[in-house]
Ligand binder design. Structure first.
Ligand SMILES: Nc1nc2c(ncn2[C@@H]2O[C@H](COP(=O)(O)OP(=O)(O)OP(=O)(O)O)[C@@H](O)[C@H]2O)c(=O)[nH]1
Length: 358
């Protein structure tokens, strides 16, 4: 799938950079263009991407400090400039656009939904969001921001691929190390998904086509991505269990939204040396996926790659009813209440449960 990536905010910019690097290192050529947008000048300077600074007249290049309403406003005010910067980058060869952002901050959280809305008005190709949810340990402001942003992003985007910052958190890591690790994992998984159907050596009937990705995301709402790989034998007949166990692991313990397995649609991509991919294993894994997700729309295909390992990449569409999503929305609602209280201390003086003195 040929895509153009637009990173908004700090996390959005860093992730976009990682995705561009992964695509280039693997020689996939799925990423046709990239742009990073931010209201903080220093965040943009550390990126090796073309950039647009928004909100300069309001925040003087210093960022919006976690205020996602301001993030939305500065994106709206400078939408013309952003669209001009994108003009010519989004060519007829692009199959889809991805707006990448951390949903818990200010610029990405507020700016991404506005940008998606603007892109939808102009471009006919699907506009997807790649959004990062704050981990449980992040403060109430992040949860509340992400809740509001997510609600709007889901409404505006054709589908929203979500990454939970707690998904691949290893104990003992600093926040910076953890982010770097998560970004690397996202780049590999999403990079492989985007490249599915691209850069393929030898096209066969079983090879996955990029339209399968678009069809899997057609159910809209929230999508999640899982991945697992293992060493494989040269004899495909010996790799049946490798494919089924990779697929199980990708969904059960390596999903970008842990436990979000109740899905409307699914796509299983088996990547590796075409001669090592066992047809029987792929069929078995697909059947397992149907049972696990409860979806009758389970697509599948191979991604031939020069590798001694086999990997299962699983894209699940329409997972918003999953307990994990409900858990997050509860957390965001709670944080929203807390935020309202924190924002306006005068509110407690309007409490009917406390009587006035006279
Ligand atoms: N996975 C990942 N998450 C990140 C990274 N940097 C920040 N985040 C998350 O993104 C959210 C904060 O968003 P940022 O992108 O830093 O903020 P911003 O959009 O630049 O907004 P302002 O700084 O308020 O202008 C938090 O929930 C962080 O946990 C990163 O490199 N990787």
């Amino acid at each position: 799938m040929k895509v153009v990536l637009i990173g908004v905010g700090q996390a959005g910019g860093k992730l976009t950079q990682r995705l561009v690097e992964f695509d280039a290192n693997m020689d996939f050529n799925a990423v046709q263009g990239a742009l990073a947008i931010n209201s903080a000048k220093t965040d943009l300077q550390s990126l090796d991407l073309d950039t647009v600074l928004v909100g300069q007249d309001r925040v003087k290049g210093h960022g919006v400090g976690g205020d996602n309403e301001l993030g939305a406003e500065v994106m709206q005010d400078d939408a013309g400039e952003v669209m001009n910067a994108l003009d010519g980058r989004i060519t007829a060869r692009a199959d889809a656009l991805f707006v990448v952002a951390g949903l818990g901050g200010g610029t990405g959280s507020g700016g991404a939904p506005v940008l998606i809305h603007e892109l939808q008005r102009i471009y006919e190709i699907p506009v997807y969001a790649l959004g990062v949810l704050p981990g449980q340990g992040e403060g109430a402001m992040y949860q509340a921001n992400a809740g509001r942003s997510l609600k709007t992003v889901i409404r505006e985007a054709d589908a929203t691929l979500l990454i939970d910052n707690d998904a691949w958190h290893e104990t003992g890591q600093s926040v910076g190390e953890a982010f770097e690790n998560i970004n690397q994992q996202i780049a590999q998984r999403v990079g492989l998904l985007l490249a599915s159907g691209e850069a393929v050596e030898g096209v066969g009937e079983s090879v996955v086509d990029s339209s399968e990705v678009i069809n899997t995301l057609r159910s809209g709402g929230v999508a999640a991505l899982g991945y697992a790989s293992a060493g494989a034998s040269e004899d495909s007949g010996e790799n049946i269990n490798t494919v089924t166990s990779n697929t199980r692991q990708a969904v059960l313990s390596n999903l970008s939204m842990p436990k979000a397995t109740d899905a409307d649609s699914a796509l299983l991509v088996v990547a590796g040396d075409a001669d090592r991919i066992p047809r029987k294993g792929v069929e078995k894994a697909r059947r397992w996926l149907e049972g696990e997700t409860g979806s009758l729309q389970v697509r599948g295909g191979d991604f031939p790659l020069d590798s001694e390992r086999l990997a299962s990449l699983v894209l699940l569409g329409g997972v918003e009813r999953s307990p994990r999503m409900q858990e997050f929305m509860e957390r965001a609602k709670e944080a929203n209440k807390q935020e309202t209280r924190e924002e306006d201390p005068a509110e407690m003086f309007h409490n009917d449960e406390i009587d006035d003195l006279f």
